[in-house]
Design a protein around this ligand. Structure first.
Ligand code: C5P
Length: 232
């Protein structure tokens, strides 16, 4: 896989027009885009087909979680949209249903083990007995068992999760900051090169690209950093 195809730009913008404009400005510096709640609920789901028709890949970060029948049918509809990745929460029933919904399409399901905004206290408050590390490890093993294609994880977790799931699953990491860029609200960050070296297959990058004065140059510089990790 080319270094450029490992970068997923998060289109965390309020409108389809803004997203379209950003994709145009980035041009051929990126080939993969993530659509999350903000854009999806502002008409952005329709952008999936438009991007796919332009030869781009789309990651729908919808983090599904419902009864199995609903998740399976939802995933089946997403499969028809042309998206390449869809996220679900890593509950065994939910994961199995999503995998069943993909049928023979090219849609790949990614599982979110434990949201990175949760700490051990948040889990205890929500009624869980396990701490973050143990719950994430347990859910990673369950994801593999359910036939999930990959996990979304912080770059710091990548090496440990790789040991649990082996080489057959994709690891997709947000929390990426090029050296010298603003961290924003991300706490556990890594540079693109370090995240790739830690075992990530794809990097999700939002603000360092979307808020850059020159988003195309910002994307190109991240791709160059990814390339340097793979040569090093
Ligand atoms: O702007 P920034 O690079 O921080 O954006 C990261 C993207 O990855 C956002 O779309 C955010 O919702 C997403 N994400 C994350 N941490 C997770 C899961 C998803 O930052 N654990």
């Amino acid at each position: 896989m080319k270094a450029r195809d490992r970068l997923i730009v998060a289109l965390d913008v309020p409108s389809v027009e803004t997203a379209r404009d950003l994709v145009k400005r980035i041009g051929d510096a990126a080939t993969f885009y993530k659509i999350g709640y903000q854009l999806a609920y502002a008409g952005g789901l329709a952008l999936t087909r438009e991007l796919v028709d332009q030869g781009k890949q789309v990651f729908l970060d919808l983090k599904l979680h419902d009864i199995g029948n609903t998740v399976e049918k939802g995933a089946a509809s997403v499969a028809k949209s042309g998206a390449m990745f869809l996220t679900v929460h890593a509950y065994p029933q939910t994961m199995k249903a999503a995998v069943a919904g993909t049928g023979s399409s090219g849609l790949r399901i990614l599982a979110v083990t434990v949201l990175t905004s949760y700490d051990d206290n948040d889990l205890a408050e929500a009624g869980y007995r396990l701490n973050v590390r143990d719950l994430a490890a347990r859910r990673a093993a369950q994801a593999k068992e359910a036939g999930i294609d990959g996990l979304v994880c912080s770059p710091e977790e990548a090496a440990a999760l790789r040991r649990i799931v082996g080489s057959g699953m994709l690891l997709v990491t947000p929390g990426i900051r090029p050296a010298g860029s603003a961290t924003g609200d991300q706490k556990r960050i890594m540079t693109p090169a370090k995240a790739i070296a830690a075992g990530a297959d794809y990097l999700v990058v939002g603000r360092p690209v979307t808020e850059a004065a020159d988003p195309k140059a910002a994307a190109a510089s991240i791709v160059a950093d990814i390339e340097s990790a793979r040569e090093g």
